[in-house]
Design a binder for this molecule. Structure first.
Ligand code: CAA
Length: 248
């Protein structure tokens, strides 16, 4: 696959998102590749735990691909958020095997949302986490308005969502976004993965299904609708143009 590297070792699948020139930003091709890998690994009995990371030392994922945005109508953007959520983010959230995000640098916007959809997150010391969508005249569109408050509480989540300001690894661990932080995010994830594969998979599957049974689908629908509505507004045009032309 063009945008994904996969290795499987002793029951642990390492999925590396690989568009390093764009800091692994999520375009539709990468999301489709990720959907396909997740689908394939679901039925492979030799795979017990998945680790998701980004190529290179700089970024986990710097968000949805902003270069795709200017051409999208409100309807296209609503569709993009709905398809991405269904095929990737919700698939990860409801996955029957544990998925750990190894956050090795920037996890911004859709990148942090991808980590939030995973069941467990760990990070490297240079991890930077944030939801900067408001700086583009947008709101998170891949589940951030739902999963972040659920994880760290409404007040801290709203500080991140409404300011768009990122936080460092130490604060992310203190706030409970990252379970642990170490020199190397993948090694940190492997430590947990090796503990997970010692336990019964059927029990873990049942526990995952039980933990996720209360999930609020209504909130996600609201997010998708409002994400699409922000496209092509004056604030969106101004914010996206500033990023693409490297202005503040
Ligand atoms: N989409 C597309 N390209 C991106 C990108 C993104 N999200 N993030 C970085 N890139 C590209 C840059 O455009 C640049 O490409 P060029 O070399 O062709 O100019 C390359 O990656 C390297 O990035 P920078 O030169 O900007 O690197 P930096 O070290 O100066 O800054 C950064 C790093 C702070 C992460 C900065 O790239 C940045 O702010 N990126 C955007 C982060 C963001 O706003 N993410 C949210 C996207 S919206 C979203 O995700 C919506 C949703 O919820 C669905």
């Amino acid at each position: 696959m063009e945008n994904i590297k996969l290795s499987i070792n002793e029951g642990i699948a390492l999925i590396t998102l690989s568009r390093p020139k764009a800091l692994n930003a999520l375009n539709k091709f990468l999301l489709e590749d990720l959907h396909q890998v997740l689908k394939d690994l679901e039925s492979q009995e030799n795979v017990r735990v998945l680790i998701l990371t980004g190529e290179g030392e700089k970024a986990f994922v710097a968000g949805a691909d902003i270069k795709e945005f200017p051409s999208l109508s409100k309807e296209d953007a609503t569709e993009m958020a709905a398809v991405g959520q269904e095929r990737v983010f919700d698939k990860i959230h409801h996955y029957p095997k544990p998925i750990i995000a190894a956050v090795n640098g920037y996890a911004l916007g859709g990148g942090l949302e991808l980590a939030l959809a995973c069941h467990i997150r760990v990070g490297s010391q240079n991890a930077v986490l944030g939801l900067p969508e408001v700086t583009l005249g947008l709101l998170p569109g891949y589940g951030g308005t739902q999963r972040l408050p659920m994880l760290i509480g409404r007040g801290r989540a709203l500080e991140m969502i409404l300011t768009g300001d990122p936080i460092d690894a130490e604060k992310a661990e203190h706030w409970g976004i990252l379970n642990s932080v170490g020199d190397n995010a993948i090694e940190e994830a492997e430590k947990i993965a090796k503990r997970l594969i010692k336990r019964y998979p059927s029990a873990q599957k049942a526990a995952l299904q039980s933990v996720h049974s209360y999930y609020n689908e209504q909130g996600l629908k609201e997010e998708i609708k409002r994400f699409g509505q922000q496209f092509q507004t004056p604030d969106f045009n101004h914010g996206v143009d500033a990023f693409l032309n490297k202005r503040k």
